[in-house]
Design a protein. Structure first.
Length: 379
């Protein structure tokens, strides 16, 4: 009995030590320090750095991409700077302490862009009201599927709307949402706030409840880099691999989704959209398979005029469609290419919308585009 009592006592002591260590870890992190802190029209960034000699801040809202601002050392070696609050949007930022880039250890809001993790600043306003969690939230899952064309098992990201699990007899339309170069199957969820945007639009009655499928557009990847899985030898420059991902998307991913989810498996209930590289995939998939998608939305991408493009656009026109929605920022490096594609659509007699926003090749635009075109789908 004494031995059991001694064991219990030792376990309690160990638990107390671990608890104390965890509390110590919190104190080391400076939990009493707040960063970022938005008050009125300003935002303050703070970093506790006991041994730093120079601390700077970089923010994606800064007009000069090479610009940084200095922080000032304060009490208890807490460095800080207060700046005018930027316009409502989602921004990323990081500190540079003695030349080393570090994220804000006090900010749990982090986005992953490819191989980079970035601290996030969300400024409230009309522009960002749909970027925050809604009251009724859908489910984000990550199923795996086998690709015979690519010879690997691959990972998807799938958003199902609120009520999908409960409404077992309801079938839904599907939006296939494609990322850009450097991204993966998590890009639209992490950087694009897809789940929050769709939750809010559906809850407000602005968009139809729909499933959103976000594949990995890199045919040599099984999944995001964070999985550490080996890549394959697919070389997209070789003729035999041309449009291999587009083929896999239409011939493998669409059938997989329609077999495993309650969807309306008709052209009238399929949409495809993508940014940058994904915009190119959108143009290619809709052109090569004109009988698959009634809603086509290339973002921040275009195409040079050519007889091949004309033939594909005429195929889309002949097959029929309900919405062709092209968007690009007026300072985007692909703006001229988007303008050329807009002209090709017009010359081929395809009724369409060309949505031109301010800004460049940035997530601020792609979130805006999703927030704008999603209410137009499946009407």
């Amino acid at each position: 009995m004494k031995r059991i009592t001694a064991i219990i006592a030792s376990l309690l002591v160990a638990a107390g030590v671990l608890s104390a260590q965890e509390l110590n870890n919190f104190s080391r992190g400076g939990r009493s320090v707040v960063s970022p802190e938005i008050k009125n029209d300003s935002v303050t960034f703070r970093l506790k750095a006991d041994y730093a000699t120079i601390v700077k801040l970089y923010g994606s809202w800064m007009e000069d991409q090479s610009e940084t601002v200095d922080l000032t050392r304060g009490e208890n070696n807490v460095w800080s700077v207060t700046l005018p609050c930027p316009d409502p949007e989602i921004y990323t930022y990081n500190f540079i302490a003695d030349g080393v880039s570090v994220n804000d250890p006090l900010n749990v809001m982090v986005q992953r862009d490819g191989s980079r993790y970035l601290s996030m600043l969300l400024v409230d306003g009309e522009r960002t009201e749909n970027y925050k969690p809604a009251n009724h939230r859908g489910t984000v899952s990550h199923p795996w599927y086998d690709s015979n064309l690519l010879g690997i098992n691959r990972r998807l990201t799938v958003y199902t709307p609120y009520g999908y699990e409960k409404n077992t007899k309801t079938k839904y339309p599907v939006l296939y949402l494609l990322h850009g170069a450097g991204g993966d199957e998590e890009a639209w969820i992490s950087m694009g706030r897809t789940a929050q945007i769709m939750d809010n639009l559906i809850e407000k009655g602005l968009a139809e409840p729909m499933i959103v499928v976000m594949p990995n557009g890199n045919p040599d990847q099984q999944a995001a880099q964070t999985f550490g899985l080996p890549t394959t030898g697919v070389d997209r420059r070789k003729p035999e691999y041309r449009n291999i991902y587009v083929r896999s998307l239409v011939e493998e991913i669409v059938p997989f989704v329609e077999k495993n989810y309650r969807v309306i498996a008709k052209k009238s209930h399929r949409a495809i959209a993508g940014l940058s590289m994904g915009g190119g995939h959108t143009i290619a998939a809709s052109g090569l398979y004109p009988d698959k998608f009634d809603y086509i939305c290339p973002l921040s991408m275009g195409s040079a005029k050519s007889p091949e493009l004309d033939a594909q656009l005429q195929g889309i026109k002949k097959a029929g469609y309900k919405l062709y929605w092209l968007a690009c920022g007026d300072t985007d490096f692909l703006f001229d290419r988007a303008n050329a594609f807009d002209e090709a659509l017009t010359e081929n007699g395809l009724e369409h919308t060309y949505y031109v926003s301010g800004g460049g090749h940035v997530w601020a635009n792609w979130r805006l585009y999703l927030n704008t075109f999603a209410p137009l789908l499946f009407k």
